[in-house]
Design a protein around this ligand. Structure first.
Ligand code: BGC
Length: 454
C-alpha cells in the first residue's frame, strides 16, 4: 500500500499472477519496466495466498524430537523477538538475519515475526514481564524497533512477505485493566498514563510499515477479553489511536490478529449467542456472562467490521492463532448440552473446556487447532500458529530466571485468587517452565487433544 517493493526474478510467475489480479480487482496498473526484476508491486491483499511459509528450524527440531511430533514439525510458527538480544540471537540461538536467510534458503514466501518487547510489558500479568521498564520507550525505539526495521529493509529480503504480529496483550490492557475497574493494576494504569504502549505500537507500525514488504498485523486480544460491550468499541478506538501515533497511519496496518497464544475455540457449533433455554438467553449463562460472542471466528469477523467503522481501511484482513484452540480428545462434547437450564446447555455443549474463559496459562485439556491455512473464511487472511505449540506460557512455581520474567499465579494449578477469572482455579498444567521455554508435557497434551485430530 504505502510503498512498493521490487519483484525479483525468482518471483516471476507469482509476480505476474499478482499483477494480473491487481489490475482486474483494483483497476490500477502496476508499473512494469520490461524485466521482471525491475517490476514494482504493491503489497498483495492477502500475503498468505499461494505462499510457502517459513518453518522455524529451532521450533521444528523440538517438535520433531517429541514422540508423535513429526506429524506437525513441518508447520510454520511465529518467530518471537521477545528481547533485544533476540535480534542478534543469544548464544547458539538464531537471530533475525539467521531466520530471514534460512527463509530464503527454504524458498519461502512468508515469514512470521512477533514484535514483543514494549516498555512495561504484560502489565496485567507477570509471566511475560519484559526487559524494558515502563519509561524505557527510548530504548524500545532505538535498540529494538530501529535495528529490526534496518534488517528487514535489506534488499536481500525484499521478496519475502514479512508478517509481523505487533505487541500482543498490550493495547486491550489499557481498556480493561485500568481506571476504576476491579481488574485494574497499577502497572496498566502507569502504561495508560505515560502513553508508552500507544507510542510504542505507533512507532513500530510506522517504522516497520516503511519497509515495503512488511505486513503489520496488530494484536487484538480475543473474544473472552474484548467481546463484551464495554470493551469492544473502546478497544477499536484505542487501536486507532495507536495506529495514528508516532507517524503511523492506518495504511501501516495490514490487519489484526486475534487469539494469539490464547485458547478460545474457533467455532462453538453446539450453541449460538441467539439461543435461549427456559426463557434465558445463552448470554445469561455463567460461561458466556453477557459476552456478545461465543467463539473466536464470530468475534474476529465482527471486530473486523468494527475496526473498519472506526477508521481502518476496508480491506484489512484478520489472522487467527489456532495453535492451541482445538479442544479435541475424549472430553470434546459430541452434541448440544441438555435443555434443562441455560448453564447445562452451554457447559455440556461447549468445546472450550476451560474452567473459566479468563484462564490463559498452559491450559489443561487443550489441543492443537486448525493447521495453518490461507483464506479459510470471509475476512480472515489465515489461520496461523503464532504461538509455537509446546512453548510454555509461564512457570507453575516461582523459578529464578535471567529473562526478567515474573511468576504469575495464573500458571499455578492450585491458585484461585484472581478477579479476572472470577476467582476460579487457573486450570494450568503443573510443572511448567518459564514462559517461552519448551514444555514437553504440554506438547504431548496438545498432540493428544488436537482437533482436527492428527
Ligand atoms: C514469552 C516469550 C516467548 C513466547 C513464545 C511468551 O509468553 O514471554 O518469551 O517467546 O511466549 O513462546
Amino acid at each position: 500500500m504505502k510503498r512498493t517493493h521490487t519483484q525479483h526474478r525468482r518471483r516471476r510467475t507469482l509476480g505476474a499472477a499478482l499483477c494480473a489480479l491487481a489490475v482486474t480487482a483494483g483497476g490500477g496498473v502496476i508499473a512494469a519496466t520490461g524485466t521482471a526484476s525491475a517490476q514494482a508491486a504493491e503489497r498483495v491483499d492477502n500475503p498468505y495466498v499461494g505462499a510457502k511459509q517459513y518453518v522455524n528450524p529451532e521450533w521444528s527440531a523440538k517438535a520433531a524430537a517429541e514422540p508423535g511430533g513429526g506429524a506437525v514439525a513441518g508447520e510454520p510458527t511465529g518467530v518471537w523477538l521477545d528481547r533485544i538480544a533476540a535480534i542478534e540471537g543469544a548464544g547458539d540461538t538464531m537471530g533475525l538475519r539467521d531466520h530471514l536467510d534460512t527463509a530464503l534458503q527454504q524458498d519461502a514466501d512468508v515469514i512470521q515475526l512477533v514484535i514483543y518487547n514494549l516498555p512495561g510489558r504484560d502489565c496485567a500479568a507477570l509471566a511475560s514481564n519484559g526487559e524494558l521498564g515502563p519509561t524505557e520507550i527510548g530504548r524500545y525505539k532505538t535498540e529494538y524497533i530501529d535495528p529490526i526495521a534496518r534488517i528487514l529493509d535489506d534488499a536481500k529480503y525484499e521478496d519475502l512477505r514479512i508478517v509481523t504480529t505487533v505487541e500482543i496483550d498490550s493495547l486491550p490492557n489499557l481498556v480493561t485493566n485500568t481506571g476504576g475497574r476491579a481488574t485494574a493494576t497499577p502497572e496498566c494504569d502507569t502504561m495508560l498514563a505515560n502513553g508508552n504502549y500507544v507510542k510504542g505500537v505507533g512507532y513500530a507500525l510506522n517504522k516497520l510499515g516503511d519497509v515495503g514488504n512488511v505486513y503489520n498485523y496488530v494484536d487484538a486480544g480475543h473474544h473472552g477479553w474484548i467481546g463484551w460491550d464495554d470493551n469492544f468499541a473502546t478497544s477499536a478506538r484505542v487501536f486507532h489511536q495507536a495506529a495514528t501515533a508516532e507517524g503511523s497511519t492506518v495504511d501501516d496496518v495490514h490487519g489484526f490478529i486475534t487469539n494469539t497464544a490464547n485458547y478460545s475455540a474457533l467455532k462453538e457449533e453446539n450453541f449460538t449467542i441467539n439461543d435461549s433455554v427456559g426463557g434465558r438467553s445463552v448470554r445469561e449463562s455463567q460461561w458466556v456472562d453477557w459476552n456478545r460472542y461465543t467463539d473466536t471466528l464470530s468475534f474476529t469477523q465482527a471486530f473486523r467490521r468494527q475496526l473498519v467503522s472506526t477508521g481502518f481501511n476496508s480491506d484489512i484482513g484478520m489472522l487467527i492463532d489456532t495453535s492451541r484452540n482445538g479442544w479435541g480428545g475424549s472430553e470434546r462434547p459430541s452434541g448440544p448440552g441438555p435443555q434443562t437450564n441455560v448453564d447445562s446447555y452451554v457447559d455440556e455443549g461447549r468445546y472450550d473446556r476451560r474452567i473459566h474463559i479468563g484462564n490463559w496459562c498452559n491450559q489443561s485439556g487443550a489441543g492443537l487447532g486448525e493447521r495453518p491455512q490461507a483464506a479459510p473464511e470471509s475476512g480472515i487472511d489465515a489461520y496461523v500458529w503464532m504461538k509455537p505449540p509446546g512453548e510454555s506460557d509461564g512457570s507453575s512455581k516461582e523459578i529464578p530466571n535471567p529473562d526478567g520474567k515474573g511468576f504469575d499465579r495464573m500458571c499455578d494449578p492450585t491458585y484461585n485468587g484472581n478477579p479476572r477469572n472470577g476467582y476460579n482455579p487457573s486450570g494450568a498444567l503443573p510443572d511448567a517452565p518459564i514462559s517461552g521455554h519448551w514444555f514437553s508435557a504440554q506438547f504431548q497434551e496438545l498432540l493428544k487433544n488436537a482437533h482436527p485430530a492428527l
